[in-house]
Design a protein around this ligand. Structure first.
Ligand SMILES: [Zn+2]
Length: 276
């Protein structure tokens, strides 16, 4: 049974947050939200996808083609992508700082920009093959929110390399994104592990009240690493569904593409130098 089926929209006169009217969002919308899920986890397939579908909300799933349990899960990701969820690029090898000790032979301080290009392009090739309908229509997610290679004086950002390939990329950082000003090549996202529903909803509402784009970063749903409870996730979905007339919940690429069009219309400085 749907967790959202009985929820009717909150009447507009009961909306407590001040609506920041701006020309950036679609009609009557005060702010945007994206729900993102990293690492292609089993609990996302078991819990997140069915709950999102029952609430008619689309999520963005950042997967690592070829890594871990990819082979047994890829057909489910294809199906999710074909039904409108975004299946985004999270590299094939998930490089993070050596300090994490995930793989001390393949970690950011020891890697080059070419190494990063290789793992990103390899993931992109596999995703194009799996889900051609999303070719050129997916965003990127920085593993471990980190965006540099090398160390010390030879440390370099790989953001430009990502910006050459994608119109939008998600990193980490607590502040919801200002649609006019944010660098779409490194979007902030709140990591919500362990959070109760109230805290996630309050983060969303604070962002929406300022006319911003709040992105939640999730990993396990009801289990696995950095998880949140299924019940908390359901309550966030119910809130978004109930308030869908004023909060736009879209995938990262959908919201980014909307912002790009609006920036171009407005002729902002931020609309220049962006991948078309
Ligand atoms: Zn990750």
């Amino acid at each position: 049974m749907s967790v959202c089926v009985s929820a009717s929209p909150t009447p507009r006169n009961e909306v407590t947050t001040a609506s920041q009217s701006n020309d950036l969002w679609p009609h009557a919308i005060s702010g945007a939200v994206s729900l993102t899920f990293d690492d292609g986890l089993a609990s996302q397939i078991a819990h997140a996808l069915p709950l999102l579908d029952s609430c008619e909300i689309k999520g963005t799933f950042y997967v690592n083609p070829g890594r871990g349990e990819w082979a047994s899960r890829s057909s489910r990701w294809r199906q999710a992508g074909e039904s409108g969820h975004e299946i985004g690029n999270h590299t094939t090898r998930h490089p993070c700082s050596c300090n994490f000790r995930f793989d001390i032979d393949y970690c950011l301080e020891h890697l080059t920009l070419d190494d990063l290009a290789a793992t990103i392009d390899d993931a992109e090739r596999q995703l194009d093959e799996l889900l051609p309908v999303q070719t050129g229509k997916r965003s990127f997610c920085y593993p471990c929110y980190q965006s540099d290679v090398g160390a010390g004086r030879s440390r370099r950002s790989y953001v430009p390399l990502v910006a050459d390939r994608f119109r939008a990329a998600r990193g980490g950082g607590e502040r919801p994104n200002d649609p006019l000003l944010v660098d779409l090549s490194y979007l902030s996202a709140e990591s919500v592990e362990g959070q109760p529903a109230e805290r996630m909803i309050s983060y969303i509402e604070r962002g929406v009240a300022e006319g911003r784009w709040a992105i939640l970063c999730m990993h396990g749903i009801g289990g696995e690493h950095l998880s949140i409870e299924v019940d908390a996730f359901e309550r966030v979905l119910q809130h978004l569904h109930r308030n869908r007339q004023r909060i736009w919940t879209g995938t990262v690429i959908e919201v980014a593409d909307h912002i790009l069009v609006k920036r171009k219309d407005l002729g902002t400085r931020e609309s220049e130098g962006v991948k078309e």
